[in-house]
Design a protein around this ligand. Sequence first.
Ligand code: GDP
Ligand code: MG
Length: 759
Amino acid sequence: MNFGVIMYYKKLLRHTTLRKYCTNAAKLTVDKIRNIGILAHIDAGKTTTTERMLFYSGTIRSMGEVHHGNTVTDYMEQERQRGITITSAAVSFQWNGNQINLIDTPGHIDFTMEVEQSLAVLDGAVVVLDASAGVEAQTLTVWRQATGYRVPRLVYLNKMDRPGADTAACLQSIRDRLHATPLLLHQPVRIQDRLIGLIDLITLEEIIWTQGRGRNFTRRKLTEKDDGALWESSVNDHRQLVDTLSSLDDKLADKIIQQESMDNLSNIEIEAAVRRCCVDMTVFPIVCGSSYKNIGVQTLMDAVINYLPSPLECNELYKSFGTDLSARAFKVQHDDQRGVLTFLRLYSGEISKAQKIYNLARDKSEQGGALYVALADEYKQVEMVTPGNIAVVSGLKATMTGDLVTSSQAAANRAKKQLATTLADGNQLDRLTLPSARQRIQGLEEPTREELANILLGIGTTAPEPVFLCSIEPPSAAAQNALETALQQLQREDHSLHVSVDEDTGQMVLAGMGELHLEIIKERIVREYKIDVDLGPLQIAYKEMLQSSARGSSAVDRKIGGQRQVLKVDLSVAPVPGLPADRILKLDKSQDSAANLSHLHPRSLQAIRQGVHSALQHGPKIGCPIIDVQVTLHWFESARGTSESVVTATVAQCLRKLLEQAGCAVLEPVMRLQVSCPESHSARVLADLARRRAALHHVHLRHGHKVIDSLTPLSELLGYSTTLRSLSSGLATFTMEFHSHQQMSPHDEEKAIRDVTGF
Ligand code: GDP
Ligand code: MG
């Protein structure tokens, strides 16, 4: 048999089980659905664990391995080569009569934006830790984000097969670094240092995996007579578990008081208490396993079903839509056969094939095409998708990652009105406001209820600031259009990619979250769009910030092309830290100004906004965008027939003058950097960090490794991986993520100006 025939049969086999899934899916009720994500530090074992889940649930017949490059979720070609997960894909599978919709979030540091978008649609998450490392830098990031979206979590201690795996140390790092209460549900069972199974600390059963690539396992009740010391330590752990739970859960505490004992609780009662506390996020259940060694994956899936919430138990915000459709796009993907595919998480209502939808974020209706559900590596066409589920829609052109959609503009207005009414109750506002939205609300002065409703629904959220720039060149002028189309498509998939055209040189400029991010974009353009592009040298995305306030006016009175253009504007600028991009322009509300500005035509306002935008693109110091600035319009006077382009140009010119007057300082991106290296090499690494202007925050020891946390300017970290490798004989690792833009010393500022402007 040749290779092609084998592949054909392999595919066929995979499909047999897929069909089984499809017939079952129709009967499922919402309480049997779990929309979850797997969050982890890179290399903790997210992809390996996902692949095992698909395998044991019978969704795929063969099990891929990361190092063979044949896993289902790492489907893009570069991911297979690099062995990392970049794009979030949703896959659905069945487990014990329930359905798990898994949203595969990317693990690489450059892609935290995408992780955040997917978090908004998760009802629960599994945080995977490498049990020999405990909480790592990225774990902190994803944990913080999950807290921001109030996502209940389980923690899966993976790699329990490793010699350094240490349950107690992991629990301690969860307490110390995540400031969370862990609830240990498993202990490992080892024979001569080899992991063979787990103890279930709720049921006091020993679970041993026997053979069949982890498909077969046995459960046995521990007894005092047969298990001696193991029985004793397990009962101890069990009591500890019940003790922790009863201190947090009144229902369980009452039961214990009633029975006057902790030892007569049924497994069902304990599990129900774990579930209540997990959903309330007062504890985080901890399960153990080794995905690579095929141990503990089924028990992990059981825990997902038992403890993480169904769509019914969360997403209260979307109740304002009633039975109308409400859904959020969390992924836009280009598919060779099906075109653009948009992944939607449904909160309420249903979506049908070829349904028209209304996008609240963009205030636009558009026509959907075919409708699919995503099963492992296949899409299955369906007529309708019901609430709580994930739908994949083709043919949407305007909808981007993060957008909220409904069935019609009327439905949107009804829901917003309903939500605004609900928010009149301050308690409701507090309850419905996610920590992630709180910051945006604080940035507003006296927000209206309608504005609050928009923020809570996530309408108009802003993408994170890119930290790296580079120019991009098509191979020939003829390829320019194709390149623009490719970049447009990539931008829709990935909000953290920014594309702009330099007004002076006409060159296209890419801005992104990291070196790897931009490099991968380039590779995708070459590979998927077959355009041989070149990237210019990588530059740091500096910003500028005002040093003081200034006010002034500009007037125009001249004839252009036979038409008299008369215009007078009065503007001021002031630094306002943290001001969101959509609040930059403010209209003066004082009496005289308000009277004057009440006549402002929407077209003129649009032209003014454009002028503001254009002036803030290039600051006076090094031509970088200005952030944290408020522009106030005090006065606007124009004669009939004055063109909008004159308005835009005059506003921009007036602002440039004011920015010059107020003075600007250069801000540089500063990264949260964590280096882990053997103690023997730490002195050299620390000395090198000091030369890089690193501000040390925390240095501690973990398993003989020094872990160094610092805030370090990005400009000092170019090519850091190479240096670190030679400093530590290849034994050190590091991770970094964007922290903030910070002002520089005059000396460093001079150097940055020289780097950017060349003199
Ligand atoms: P991801 O980056 O979180 O997706 O992690 P991967 O699933 O790609 O795993 C990273 C590496 O760890 C791969 O080489 C895996 O084979 C390995 N790995 C995953 N799970 C385990 C485990 O349970 N034990 C051991 N020893 N290695 C594992
Ligand atoms: Mg992966």
